[in-house]
Design a protein around this ligand. Structure first.
Ligand code: DOR
Length: 437
């Protein structure tokens, strides 16, 4: 069967301004109709009364771990997790082993993504060789490669050398490519383990001050103004960073930002048990920061929700807090956390949520086939049950790793179907895990 009729759902597509109850017809890989009385022809009918149909989600920030740490995640397992989470495109971060700093690594990751065929795997290239922050990576080659890289970052590290940041931005301008920053001043962050504040003092853990993020964000905004480069700030976590971005946008800066679900869901209070699953970088912040990130998502200051999906092996996470690596799984819980934390309490409406999870990230990456429900375009579609209550069970995730801080948490909102290029990758809440191209 290669045709489906999704009947009676609320169709939310901010790209076209659509928010109405309608049927959606998918045939031969494309959206062939949106409206009523489409007729089911030979299509398989999905009764979607009470459900939401939206463009498939696009994650700007996914750590795939392949090449190098296939014991933690592979492109195939991350793709399956992404599909389960309602994603039809993900952007692979370059901090693999080897680092994605050449066209050959970029093309390899991109090709493995295509082979898996469950989501569109886009690739972010490194800014510097081996993420050393000193020698520029093969940026031009990566742009021109089959992977067509448009975003560059040393994520995991902030670029410490301001002149290197400036020169790299100047170079990226030639390709209209994006300089994406993990905002962290390493000297200020020192060997910090958690957010610096009363709690870090009480717990006896070295803190990372919010200013470590704020300072680098301010520097990069200034350098983007100087160079004209497109700037994307990764995983914004602090109130003052949100404010800086708000002001820069008001002044017309070419800047976009993202926030991760854990940064609008958890505070540094979660560290009180010294549970390494709560360790992440940037760290979980104070409740004022969570509130500011939430406001930023609602008012347009923050453009996208990005998972920062960061798989880690059980034996590495299960160590004394200071030895455990930072990072949390994100792909399979992002929709439900966003729904539960942002939509249910009324911070933002469904249309804004779809903008944050799909429309805007697709625009940022320049993905024509993603982020909208246009008749005639590739059917990258998600169907959500907004009333489903479910409990996160780490052991049943598609990801190869288990490091979710949300195990056992009850959430609202579930992905019921995902279609990638017109083929189901998730059906009735079950991942199909088969290549679709
Ligand atoms: O917590 C994090 N984990 N933050 C990062 O920036 C990198 C990531 C990882 O690769 O594990």
């Amino acid at each position: 069967m290669s045709a489906w009729l999704i009947k009676g759902a609320r169709v939310v597509d901010p790209a076209s301004g659509r928010d109405e109850t309608a049927d959606v017809r998918i045939a031969d890989g494309s959206i062939t109709g949106i409206g009523s009385d489409l007729g089911d022809g030979k299509a398989e009918v999905i009764d979607a009364d009470g459900a939401i149909v939206a463009p498939g989600f696009v994650d700007l920030h996914t750590h795939l771990r392949e090449p190098g740490r296939e014991d933690e995640e592979t492109i195939a397992t991350a793709s399956a997790g992404a599909a389960a989470g309602g994603y039809t495109a993900i952007c692979a971060m370059p901090n693999t082993d080897p680092v994605c700093d050449t066209s050959s690594v970029a093309e390899k990751v991109w090709a493995l993504g295509r082979e898996t065929g469950l989501v569109d795997v886009r690739v972010a290239g490194a800014l510097s060789r081996g993420l050393d922050g000193a020698v520029m990576a093969d940026i031009g080659e990566m742009v021109r490669s089959a992977a067509r890289v448009t975003m560059f970052t040393d994520d995991g590290h902030g670029v410490q050398d301001s002149l290197f940041a400036r020169r790299t931005m100047e170079y990226l301008v030639a390709f209209d490519a994006i300089y994406a920053e993990h905002c962290e001043d390493a000297a200020l962050a020192a060997d910090g383990q958690m957010h610096e504040g009363d709690r870090s003092a009480a717990l006896g853990l070295r803190g990372i001050p919010a200013e470590a993020e704020e300072l680098m964000a301010a520097r990069d905004i200034a350098l983007a103004r100087l160079t004209g480069c497109r700037l994307h700030l990764l995983h914004v976590s602090c109130a003052r960073t949100v404010e800086l971005v708000r002001r820069a946008k008001a002044e017309g800066a070419r800047i976009t930002t993202e926030a991760a679900p854990h940064h609008f869901t958890l505070t540094d209070a979660a560290l009180e048990t010294y549970d390494p699953l709560m360790k992440v970088n940037p760290p979980l912040r104070a409740s004022e920061d969570v509130d500011a990130v939430t406001r930023g998502l609602a008012d347009g200051t923050i453009d996208a929700i990005a998972t920062d999906h960061a798989p880690h092996a059980v034996e590495e996470k299960d160590q004394e807090f200071s030895y455990a690596p930072p990072g949390m799984l994100g792909l399979e819980t992002a929709l439900a956390l966003s729904f539960t934390q942002l939509v249910e309490p009324g911070h933002l409406d469904l249309s804004r949520l779809v903008e944050l999870l799909s429309t805007n990230p697709a625009r940022i990456l320049g993905l024509d086939e993603q982020g909208s429900l246009e008749i005639g375009s590739a059917a990258n579609v998600v169907v959500i049950d907004p009333s489903a209550r479910w409990t996160v069970d780490a052991s049943s995730l598609q990801s190869k790793s288990r490091n979710t801080p949300f195990n056992g948490r009850e959430l609202t909102g579930r992905v019921v179907h995902t279609f990638f290029r017109g083929r189901p990758t998730v059906q009735d809440g079950k991942a199909l895990n088969e290549a679709t191209v």
